[in-house]
Design a protein around this ligand. Structure first.
Ligand SMILES: NC(=O)c1ccc[n+]([C@@H]2O[C@H](COP(=O)([O-])OP(=O)(O)OC[C@H]3O[C@@H](n4cnc5c(N)ncnc54)[C@H](O)[C@@H]3O)[C@@H](O)[C@H]2O)c1
Ligand SMILES: O=C(O)C[C@H](O)C(=O)O
Length: 310
């Protein structure tokens, strides 16, 4: 198994670190456009092998795509992160060209790869990757819901004073401050609805905190987060390379599911060796479906901006 991570910045390096620690592949390539950075980070990570005890071979590459040849899974993290006060959507102008170029280069050397898109604005970058490569839809997967659901569980666990591992909770919709939909009605604490234990006020606060989870971290750090995004990206790689059939919210191309077409946005999907294998219908109620449609409108508006950039 061979995995490539494009972008050796904060998120890319963390995805790679998680992949290596878990030995998700024999060969891991870290590629970046900045001279020496990927080679340096690959060497630094390689030197943790003796301490952590993994045998994944990590190779750095300054923009040499021949080293990525034959990758089974490619994670795209290249692009600018937002600064405090910015939205993810403001990154579209710079990141669209980066993601398009990277996806095209990757496909020249790894025509069978499954692509995981992390660069923001993620739903639009996933849609762009799909259009630019013409790959079958199951091989293009955006990472957002895995992270947003982890944040949702974090805030739920704080309110309930419980282990996040005992929670089951999912965030669907767009990966944006106003577009994500934490499905609190379906969230459970060891099978019991969390709504049994939380006041309306607490529920509203948890939803609001989850939605601005990324912005909160960006304000604190000065750039966007990487530990949870890196772990979330690696969890998706794991589900694919180990054919786990895990149910994870991912941004995928919808063809009628949840009432949407010609768009990539977050829905519960099964991840396995073929990429995303099927969308699971959560049977949203009227309020949740209305939120999903509103979220789709916002994502679609962003996708329309792509046409003005071409
Ligand atoms: N989807 C999510 O949930 C999620 C989570 C966190 C971050 N992000 C996004 O991921 C992206 C990366 O964030 P980061 O914090 O790692 O940023 P970063 O600045 O630390 O790293 C980005 C890296 O991309 C590299 N790069 C730029 N253009 C490139 C190209 N053409 N080819 C190869 N490499 C190139 C840069 O040299 C840099 O090393 C941002 O767009 C950010 O918004 C998304
Ligand atoms: O918040 C950001 O801009 C980065 C990422 O989308 C996140 O949610 O951490």
């Amino acid at each position: 198994m061979k995995v490539t991570v494009v972008g050796a910045g904060a998120v890319g390096a963390t995805v790679a670190d998680n992949i290596a620690r878990k030995e998700l592949c024999k060969e891991l390539v870290l590629l970046d456009i900045k001279e020496g950075v990927s080679e340096g980070k690959a060497l630094d990570m390689t030197q943790t092998a003796a301490i952590l005890g993994f045998d994944t071979k990590i190779i750095g590459s300054t923009n040499d795509y021949s080293k990525t040849a034959g990758s089974d899974v490619v994670v795209i993290t290249s692009g600018l992160p937002r600064k405090p006060g910015m939205t993810r959507e403001e990154l579209i102008g710079v990141n669209a060209n980066i993601v398009r170029g990277v996806a095209e280069n990757i496909l020249k050397h790894s025509p069978d790869a499954i692509l995981i898109i992390i660069s923001n604005p993620m739903d639009t970058m996933t849609y762009l990757a799909l259009q630019a490569t013409g790959l079958p839809k199951n091989r293009i997967i955006g990472m957002g819901g895995a992270l947003d659901s982890a944040r949702f569980k974090c805030y739920l666990s704080q309110a309930l004073n419980c282990s996040p591992a005992d929670l089951n909770a999912i965030v669907i919709g767009g990966h944006g401050d106003t577009t994500m939909i934490p499905l609190i009605r379906y969230a459970t604490w060891n099978s019991v609805p969390v709504t049994n234990f939380l006041s309306e006020e607490q529920q509203k606060q948890i939803i609001a905190d989850t939605m601005v989870g990324g912005a909160t971290l960006t304000k604190l750090i000065g750039t966007s987060a990487w530990y949870a995004p890196g772990a979330a990206g690696a969890a998706m790689v794991e589900a694919i390379v180990r054919d786990e059939k895990k149910l994870i919210a991912c941004s995928v191309a919808l063809e009628g599911e949840y009432g949407q077409n010609d768009i990539c946005m977050g829905v519960p999907v099964i991840l396995g060796k073929n990429g995303w294998e099927k969308v699971i219908d959560y049977k949203l109620n009227a309020d949740e479906q209305a939120l999903f449609s509103k979220s789709a409108d916002a994502v679609r508006n962003m996708n329309d901006v792509l046409k003005t950039l071409a």
